[in-house]
Design a protein around this ligand. Structure first.
Ligand SMILES: [Cu+2]
Length: 285
């Protein structure tokens, strides 16, 4: 047994040595963010459920393995069993148990997948079109549409030999001229498509990411929790050419009241954001 105690002591010593290295890191930062939407929370909770299942399986399998290695070592006079070459009973057990575990895991996973695809009862639909290299937002049925592209300051600064200091630009390369504005506590359906090549609309805090493909309409939805107003940022997440890294996404989540005011202002053209129009159709049609 001295060997076992020595091993435990070594493990403890290693933990003590390693702890100052990890003390700085916020443990929560290592995990997937919870996000600010109904779906992102559901996805996070599924992720945690499966994570703890995996931890339990890992502890069981490695625990049993390590115990077997230690308890039945040669120095303790363990004799190998050379007669056992096949056991139908063992095979059935180690097949049935994992199958049962997978089926149990599939239940919450299927529930979440169904929720992700459920776009019923949406209160607002926005068509998002990816362009090289900007986004176009169209509030369906609201007569509000505009382009959203990298903000001018970032764009000027990023040019080769611009002589401008990127550190002096707030939210460098992460800001746009016209952010997408959506109300909190509202189920918003996003219809994704693209004009030229494949892009992907991704705001990590919203939990969902999907490709925007020319000739195809993909759907995602999000419902930002009440009280989670603010600015959320994202990126194009599908390599779409030279300026793929320069077409950020900014979503401004506001109260329902503020959204109604903003929408009305857009409709009457009171602010310049509606001035950006769709480009003329390409010669190919
Ligand atoms: Cu893109």
């Amino acid at each position: 047994m001295t060997y076992v105690y020595r091993s435990i002591a070594l493990l403890l010593a290693l933990t003590v040595v390693a702890s100052p290295l990890t003390a700085h890191a916020e443990w929560g930062d290592l995990n997937m963010p919870v996000g600010v939407t109904e779906l992102s929370k559901e996805i996070h909770s599924l992720h945690m459920t499966i994570f703890w299942w995996c931890v339990a399986i890992g502890v069981f399998v490695f625990g049993w393995m390590i115990w077997s290695l230690v308890a039945f070592r040669k120095s303790q006079g363990a004799e190998p069993d050379v007669t056992m070459t096949h056991s139908t009973k063992a095979e059935i057990i180690w097949t049935v148990i994992p199958v049962v575990i997978l089926v149990i895991m599939a239940i919450p996973a299927a529930r979440t997948l169904i929720a992700i695809e459920d776009t019923r009862d949406t209160e607002l639909s926005i068509k998002v079109t990816g362009y090289q290299w900007k986004w176009h937002y169209d509030y369906l049925g609201k007569d509000v549409k505009f382009f959203s592209k990298l903000d001018r300051t970032s764009d000027e600064t990023r040019q080769l030999n611009s002589g401008l200091d990127p550190h002096a630009v707030p939210d460098y390369l992460l800001n746009v001229d016209n952010p997408l504005v959506v109300p909190e506590d509202t189920k918003v359906r996003v219809l994704l498509t693209a004009q030229d090549v494949i892009h992907a609309w991704w705001v990590p805090q919203f939990g969902m990411k999907k490709d925007a493909i020319p000739g195809t309409v993909n759907e995602i939805w999000f419902k930002v929790d009440a009280g989670k107003t603010g600015v959320y940022r994202g990126q194009c997440a599908e390599l779409c050419g030279r300026d793929h890294g320069f077409m950020p996404i900014v979503v401004k989540v506001v109260s329902k009241q503020e959204f109604a005011t903003w929408l009305a202002a857009q409709q009457t053209g009171a602010t310049p954001t509606v001035a950006s129009r769709e480009p003329a159709p390409s010669p190919r049609g």
